[in-house]
Design a protein. Sequence first.
Lengths: 329, 312
Amino acid sequence: MPTDTQIENPAWKGEDIHASSQDIFGGFLRRAQNPDGGWGYRPGTQSSTEPTAWATLALRGQEAADGQALASAAEWLRRAQSAEGAWPTSSGKDPGCWTTALACLALLKPATPPEDAIARGLQWLCATWPAAGNLLWRLRQRWPGKSEVIVRQDHSLRGWGWTPKTASWVEPTSYALILLRNVPEASRPADAAKRIALGEKMLYDRVCPGGGWNAGNPLVYGVAGVPWISPTVWALLALKNHKGRAANQESLEWLERICQNIQSPGSLALAQLCLKVYGRPAKPTEPRLDDLCQHNRFLQNVPVAAWALMAASGIPGWLKDSVQAKDTR
Amino acid sequence: MSYSNARLIPSFSRPPSRVAIRAVSSYQADVEAILWETLQLFELPVRDKTVLIKPNFVEPDIQGMINTHPIVIRAAREAFLRMGARSVTIAEGPGHERDTEGILEVLRLRDYVGPLDQAFVDLNTDEVTEVPTRTQASRLKALFLPKTVVGADFVVSMPKMKTHHWVGVTLSLKNMFGIVPGNCYGWPKNVLHWAGISKSILDINSTVRPDFAIVDGIVGMEGNGPIQGTPKASGVLVAGDDPVAVDATCARIMGLAPERIDYLKRAALMLGHLQEDKIEQLGEAILSARTPFEILPAFRQLRASPPPGAHS
């Protein structure tokens, strides 16, 4: 017998009952919410910032959104914020740049000035820099014995790390850019414009030869890195105001090519979501999300269920044309 | 495991370690039988215990040189179950790619061990508990560790035999980086890189002591490892009850001097044996298994002098 939080599609048991993807993934997310209002990475585990943010973002876009469930999720997020304005990683202690960006995005309401929690999160995010690329770090790299250049990229272009005082990486930088783009300009911290410009340049500096992104090292010892789906999707979504640029186009083409060979629901959902935002619908040759989910019940992973729900629904508001949308090709 | 019983014993007072080298020509060989026979050489206390197998999964790889091969994982899983283990869980927190299921599906692990929601735990998203480090080589005073790891009775590190562009080689000790969850430390476990890779390897392994190691060297990786190198068919499985000794033996097979590898040198102080005379060699001799790996110029100093009569 499945537990009440297990993903279950009657069709997977051979029963001739059709359940829509929204029902399956939305139902899973609703059942997986903890009594404290948050979500863990898997049902029945301790609530954590990232899965709570993703579940909120996915459920918010549903017609049958449960107001009470979303309100208690928002309360959980507000309680989880640290005094400094950041949101913790799963440790419950250390701040995460990606968790802070996602929590702010989940709390953000369209056409409404950001509430205090978001404003403090934005301040923290814009004041938090990676250590790699700062002046001291660059001087150290010139020290004798440190001259071996393993990764070739412009370290002065700094975005965001997963955690503070480390290095810039593609995904946390993309989340921060998507968040900032969704905040009305008047409500952004003073240095937001500088961080956006630097973050976008950093992403373009890290694009893999031939398009697409990996974690953030496109060339190691001169060898071209292989792009991965998740960072490519988030970078493309963060840079969607520049959709005419060659790097965007190459990366989209790579994503379209690889789509039909994707073997996991998480990656497929993200790829479909991204292609939909760019106005390139899924091709009939692509695998079906439901089929891929059937293999391993997507490891009961809450963020994957949230991405799948978003992919199966309309384009979420926070990925539509932004408050400053313009194509700066 | 390992964690609750962890004791740091200076190497000079430890009994000799035992390491077996087995020739395995390819993944088409009877890996299950060879590994079962190998594990019988060790009296492993796994009956009624929960065993955690920690392979090395980094990112999707169609060439089969980055990640531990699923045939070896299945063979180990079956062997531990046959030895009476209460459960055997495969657990990993991939260091690069966040879509763990994507890596497993490209690897076709499901074909070998069945549905992964029952056989596998993604350590990147597991619940965590804070554990003080038993050494303070890095600046990390404590580690957030997955409850699945902390709760396991017997931990087996199962890496791929590879070179590594930051620390020279990645074997059973470096493989333990993967237990540290991305949901606390980011990808690629960047906090540990900033705390010093070699030092973090020591702190992780002193805190979570892997009880056993099985290295997949049937096809490894040489050159610009651990992801951009070239396949190296070494044709060996290396297994032992002391991960330091297993890694030292692998380094010798790879044509490298283990005492020149920074983290191995450090680990030899407290965690296991490095010297050949402290390692009881079972199965094949190192000399007959020796297949020198290409290494990046930056690691030229790790190269061992070829022993008399060996092909360099």
